[in-house]
Ligand binder design. Structure first.
Ligand SMILES: [Zn+2]
Length: 95
């Protein structure tokens, strides 16, 4: 248990046994008895961080190559002309 705690309202450093913040008057009796956050979650995410970075880099490379290939394909393929606009005077189905 730390000897001090921070006021949740004004972040003033208070003694752990303080009931009220002398700065803003906030009730700090509740937070003084809060249990510390469990370190399990932080430990678990830290354990696979290395693998996550590798996965992230792999995904980045795949994405990069995919974008590059699409870009190259778009640059090298013959220009496709858009379909000519239909003549509004012409009937849709010519007999
Ligand atoms: Zn305060």
């Amino acid at each position: 248990m730390p000897a001090t705690l921070d006021c949740p309202r004004c972040r003033t450093r208070l003694p752990a046994q303080a009931a009220f913040c002398p700065h803003c008057g906030a009730d700090v009796t509740g937070i003084a008895h809060l249990p510390p956050p469990p370190p399990a979650a932080r430990r678990a995410s830290g354990g696979i961080s290395g693998r996550r970075i590798v996965l992230f880099l792999f995904a980045l490379i795949v994405l990069l190559f995919g974008t590059l290939s699409v870009l190259l394909y778009a640059l090298h393929k013959p220009a496709v002309l858009p379909p000519p606009p239909r003549d509004p005077n012409r009937p849709m189905f010519s007999r």
